[in-house]
Design a binder for this molecule. Structure first.
Ligand code: 5GP
Ligand code: ZN
Length: 134
């Protein structure tokens, strides 16, 4: 059983800030910033590519509300909503979850993108082709 499933069934303690029949929100054990929260479905889905729409929409709906509450509670000046999907993308717990990371002046969180020279026309063409096949 995965670590988040153990948290959900009470085998491992956690600091819950929201719970209903389908989802739960807990404080991340490693606080990237004050108020760093994880929102997850109670049913186990490995990642965003696997999760069913019902649970996904419930999680995201709550993410929006909690992001608002948490930023107001701690007077954050911004917030990052983050999902890592797959090891390559930095996912370490293979149970779908969304991070709410409130942002403050002078906090040392680094979420950076580097720019690469890809041909946008070709990329657009390939994605549009895939979309037509669905
Ligand atoms: P990921 O890297 O998969 O996107 O995020 C996993 C997150 O789960 C990490 O930020 C990590 O700190 C958090 N985490 C790992 N184990 C536990 C735990 O036992 N309890 C809580 N509350 N958070 C955990
Ligand atoms: Zn799980």
């Amino acid at each position: 059983m995965c670590i988040f499933c153990k948290i959900i069934n009470g085998e491992i303690p956690s600091k819950k800030i929201y719970e209903d029949e389908d989802i739960v929100a807990i404080l991340d054990i490693s606080q990237a910033t004050k108020g760093h929260t994880l929102v997850l479905p109670k049913k186990h889905f490995a990642n965003i590519l696997e999760i069913e729409d019902y649970e996904y929409l419930k999680v995201m709906d709550r993410v929006k509300d909690l992001a608002s509450v948490i930023t107001k509670t701690f007077n954050a000046s911004g917030v990052n909503i983050l999902n890592n999907c797959g090891e390559t993308a930095g996912q370490t717990v293979m149970h779908f979850h969304v991070h709410i990371i409130p942002r403050y002046e002078n906090t040392d969180v680094k979420i950076e993108f580097t720019s690469h020279e890809y041909n946008l026309d070709e990329i657009q063409k390939e994605i549009l082709k895939s979309l037509k096949q669905n």
